[in-house]
Design a binder for this molecule. Sequence first.
Ligand code: GLU
Length: 466
Amino acid sequence: MEYQFFKEVNKSFDKAASYTKHDKGILEQIKTCNSVYHFTFPLKKDDGSIETIHAWRAEHSHHKYPTKGGIRYSMLVNEDEVTALAALMSYKCAVVDVPFGGAKGGAKIDINNYSVDEIERITRRYTFELIKKNFIGPGEDVPAPDYGTGAREMAWIMDTYQAMNPNLNAEACVTGKPIHQGGIRGRTEATGRGVYFGLKEAVANLEDMKKLGLSTGLEGKTVIIQGLGNVGYYAAKNLYDDGAKIVGISEYNGGIYSAKGFDFDEVYAYWQEHKSLKGLEADQYFEQPNLVLEQECEILVPAALEKQLSESNAPRIKAKIIGEAANGPTTVAAHNIMKDRGALIIPDNYLNAGGVTVSYFEWLKNLSHVRFGRMDRKYEESSIMRLLNAVETLSGKSFDTDIISKVAIGPDEKDIVDSGLADTMIQSYNEINEIRKYHDTDLRTAAMISAIDKIAKSYEQLGIFP
Ligand code: GLU
């Protein structure tokens, strides 16, 4: 039977909804997808031939504007996937208090089959089609990168939108742009770094770690990572730099495992050069990459696509903590199997929200037309200096110049973005963990309860437009 991703998301929704007391009609309104647009357009290929491209944009929830979510280029894109991913966007935005409804878009293409010029034509035409139907705009719907797209595509989207709508806020029509096209420092690494902050917070919880038979902290924790794309790379890199041991890595064409842990920087450099993990020193090389996920480790981070942990492999997964960096990597059946054997599952509807959180900061930056830190960095530096001078006067002693240079620093954009991201991930973890304890449930259900409560409140307080 064909996998029905939106149905899977809705199973988690229904489970969480049963813990709430909201009106049935409101719950149905939250769950349903508000609009889906399926369109096709012709691509003129470099050799002059014409190909029909199938594309979608789903806006799952209009309880807040704009709606927000990435654009995916992959052969797996279809209406069900786009709708499910848009729903996950609504819930994760609510969980981390990012004031957007959820959306997602995509084109059914294999990027390896097209030249850069062809991808540019697809992206610009895709944007043009969205403009025609009001499915894009700073206050309507704001795309971002996702699987198969990046800053380059976002720059083309902005340029196309701006050409058709040359107004003051046009830059805010898309996020994840290159820095010099209105992007923000820290967006590229944001999802992976958010995964790291979330996992760090989870393993800091003494009570939860005791239950798992683990010590607190990341130091020495063994990690298997699936996927070395943008999210997987930055998640693993941050975990590794903070003392975790990367023992397993799986990519689409093979995987490696080493009980003593890899030099992650070396592995990544090798991967970038060869686009293969074969040939690296390891205890074992796996032709079948998914077997890596079943090896011994404490934390498993699926950072690729949906449905990677299903009932067919869940009984063999040994990890005590599952950190869902991808969207929808675990089916409901797999979730239940792993939960029943005591694993702590840190769900996608919270853990990968770092990307959209920093997208929110980028959108704010574009609308305010000023870089974070530009107005106050120097002022903060002088305030610290004034304080240090006052301490020197009172104590009659002077600070070393290197102490002064370490302390008297005003934050720049990167620092502000990073602290906003860390704060969001930490606060939200503790919020959903409290809900989990209160209802004696799991974190996925707790995050969903939090999202449902927040979205329901906006319907209940604003009323429904006649
Ligand atoms: N595509 C990312 C996600 O799935 C980011 C979305 C955004 O920044 O709007 O969360």
